[in-house]
Ligand binder design. Sequence first.
Ligand code: SF4
Ligand code: SF4
Length: 166
Amino acid sequence: MGIKIVPRYGNTLKDKLYLPAIFGGMKTTISHFTKNLRDTTNIKTQCYPEVGPIDITDRYRGVHRLTHREDDSVRCVACFMCSTACPAECIFIEATQRKDGVDEKMPKKFEIDLLECVFCGGCVEACPCDAIRMDTGIFTFIAQKREDFVLNKEQLLANKSLGEEK
Ligand code: SF4
Ligand code: SF4
């Protein structure tokens, strides 16, 4: 089989000096800098966090929420499918018997550790009854203590979908 030898890039004296490449890069940077100083309307960055992104779509995987039934009760039936599918093992569920006759079980505790979550969406895919979604559009979550990053059932139920927030 024929072997194709690819010549190593950077063998000329100009390449070995590095200076032409450095000045070439600086020329591009300075030209952008002076252009943006004269006209700021073309700058493609946002003053985050003062200005938030406006292009978050419904399919964006943000912070989770637990969905409600028509009677506003929790839809989750504590089947543990999501926690079993979770690759980060960051969903903690404690089941309890449901006494209102709507279903057999419901979560007594439902917690998600956002510091361990990798936002893969596996829990949403695994849920057989559309009880968990990641359509809140929340892409940042700020807290002072590690334990505050663990969302409990009430917080997850209170989260709204991106459409509801609009
Ligand atoms: S998004 Fe992925 S990592 Fe996060 S809780 Fe769901 S399954 Fe686990
Ligand atoms: S959120 Fe869905 S998959 Fe997870 S325990 Fe509840 S019903 Fe099962």
